[in-house]
Write a protein that binds this ligand. Sequence first.
Ligand code: PMP
Length: 454
Amino acid sequence: MDNTAAKNWDNDHFMHPWEGMDSLGNNDRTFVEASDGVYVTNDKGDRLIDGPAGMWCVQVGYGRDEIADAMAEQARKLAYFSPFNNTNSVASEFAREIAKRTPGDLNHVFFTTGGSTAVDTAIRFVHFRNNMLGQRNKKKIISREKAYHGSTYLSAAVSAKERDPLWLDKLTNIAHFLPNVNPLMRRADQSIDAFLEEKVADLESAILELGPENVAAYIAEPVLASGGVIVPPAGYQKRCIDICHKHDVLYISDEVVTAFGRMGHWFASKEVFDIQPDIITCAKGLTSGYAPMGAAIFSERLIADVSGQHGNGAVFSNGFTYSGHPVSAAAGLASMRIIEKEGILEHVRTIIPHFQDRLQGLADLPLVVDARGMGLMGCIQCAYDKKRDSDLERDYELGARIDAACQERGLILRPMINMCVMSPPLVITSNQIDRMFDILEDAIRAVDSTRGSA
Ligand code: PMP
């Protein structure tokens, strides 16, 4: 397919996320033009296994007629109407179906346009509630190094992703960041148990230092996704929620990546990590990526704090034109039905051990400093010198080189600095997992054999 014209349009007009200003207008991005199952096809006609499921989101795979038909039917019936004074039955049904699957009493679903706006909504709500409870100073949000919660001003403020510190401002009065929870970072003589104790103590010390009367919430991805699939030591999440509740600090579990099957359950908080958060944020897999949508989901207790006789006539003036968009809700409902009908959660639970085994099998290869993951999420962290301090994100181009070598062999990954992450569509089969890791092994060896010639 000849995309010469589109390449020019892309360079001249389409500003991409995380756009590098030096290369603006001069990029050579690969066009992805078609898809089926766990595969995407680029403009050269190569059909590649989609290692990151788009961006952690295409749960049920590509080319699902059921979802396309549901969206088309809804668009013909009612493409859109304002959710402010009116409502629509498909979004109401979707809210109920979500609430049926959330842990405990997380029954109130505020629909947003994506993950960042879900996080914004969660934080605005927490502040709103604390104001109504007369706790006007209780506003600080505790987050963690390597966390990613979004790209709006507020969600970026609680993210620790490095952004251009010279040119991009950050709201600095709201967030406090805990040190890295990656077990790889522990001192050589430190046991995992000791590391766990240290990380839990980091949270409690931060709450006490800031003053519990000033700390509104702790926000945490169960597994830090965009930070490089960082899996905190076992038991960490449970210990943290206990500390939060001891000090009257709310727990926001950011499940934008981990919900809707990636860990083998609708939500990971309760089933996988044994925690009952006060708020869950989600997006991505909510519609399997077929349409933009996110949600902040609140517990009965929080809603009781601000409503009924406590309401004081207040209005939670936060909302989006596209909150509860009918076409997105139709996509979400259709995706949910597929997950249920095809037993995809059970399938994921069955294949996770194989995926993780093959991932661990990469650890002994050249270049690979760490192979880590959980559920259907994996990451390899690489360095030319494996013995060097393993956290250093030095060999900047290594992730991109490995991804390029994979693409030549039929697999697309998500390179990030010196890492590559994987989170394939949940419908991936055992054979396709083997194919994926066979390609990756071959690609890593190929990149290693050309070291020095980058
Ligand atoms: N939270 C988490 C955990 C995420 O991974 C992301 C996106 N990668 C977001 C929030 C932001 O979501 P969105 O890009 O849909 O705004």
